[in-house]
Structures are given as C-alpha cells and as structure tokens.
Write a new protein. Structure first.
Length: 185
C-alpha cells in the first residue's frame, strides 16, 4: 500500500486539495494521511460548500496540525511522499529554514531528511524575491514545485477542467496512474 501525506495550508486553493483527495480515495492501494491547518479549515468554508466532516471523509487518517507527536512527525513512519496543496508562503518559508512549528512543517522536514518525495503547490501571486528564494532553495534540495498554473491547450470549459488538469500533474508527480487530457502534439 502506498502512503501519501497531504498537507493543506491556509493559502487559497483548497479546491485543489479536495480534488486530489477525491482521486486518491478511489485507489484502494493508496492510504492518505492528511494534515489540515486552521486557516485551511477557514478557506474550506470560504471557497467550497464542504464541511470539515466532508474533507475528513476523503482521508484515511487525519492529524491535528498542532500534534507534533503524530506518526507522520517521525522518519520511522514510512511514507511514499508528501504533497502540500495549497502551500502558503509561511509554510514554504518555515520548511526552507527547517522551522517545524506545525505538523505540516515537521512532516515536510521529515520527508526532506529521509530523502523522500516532497511536492509543493505554492499558491501566491505576485511572488516576491523572498518567496522565490525559499522556493529555489527547496527546489535545489529536490523538492518538486508545481504551482497551479492552468493550461489552455486542453480547452478547459469549466473551473473543474482547470482543477482536474492540475490534479493530473500532481498524480503524475506522485507516480500514480491517472487519466487526463494530455498534450497530444
């Protein structure tokens, strides 16, 4: 069974996390370990019609972001990687300097020290030099940075089409087979 840690921070874009979790839930060979920040909970209310119980139902295990003693806070808990979607610039900054003040940041630090796959979906614009420096530093450490930038070659007709394309990219990065409207040349 593949174990994927999903961190959801307070940046706008909770819909990307929801769509990813829905697609991961379909595969019985994938176990999701989800950490939701307090501001992510607020964004869920602002950006969707979902309740926290709906989001929790999409995960196999949900952790309190303040619980630094959770299983995912230890390198001895084996995972196949972590994705932070959306990733706030506060979280990106904390990870880039090794400041594990939350479970999301600590779990990401563990992923880095164990040299496992870490994917960030930064959701901020415009980016300032500090944001770019933090993202560059993490990319140089092997972190995959996949901002939610829509593609238009697939002729999206709805917001869901744009979200689906981003989720396809995230699943690809996790090495999980999926279908999507891909570039055909």
């Amino acid at each position: 069974m593949k174990k994927i840690v999903v961190g959801i921070t307070g940046a706008s874009g909770t819909v990307y996390a929801v769509d990813l979790l829905r697609k991961l839930q379909v595969d019985p060979e994938i176990e999701t370990h989800v950490i939701i920040s307090n501001w992510a909970k607020e964004n869920l209310k602002l950006e969707t019609d979902l309740k926290m119980s709906d989001l929790r139902a999409l995960a196999d295990v949900v952790y309190d972001n303040n619980n630094l003693g959770a299983a995912v806070a230890s390198g001895s808990f084996l995972t196949d990687g972590m994705i932070i979607v959306p990733a706030s610039m506060k979280t990106v900054a904390g990870i880039s300097i090794g400041f594990g003040d939350s479970l999301i940041a600590r779990a990401a630090d563990v992923i880095l020290k164990e040299q496992r796959k870490l994917i960030l979906v930064p959701r901020e614009t415009p980016l300032n030099a500090i944001h770019l420096e933090n993202l560059t530093k993490l990319a140089q450490l092997g972190v995959q940075i996949i901002p939610p930038i829509p593609a238009f070659y697939n002729h999206p007709e709805t917001i869901a089409d744009i979200i689906n394309h981003q989720t396809m990219k995230l699943l690809d990065a996790l090495g999980i087979e999926n279908t999507g409207r891909r570039w055909q040349g």
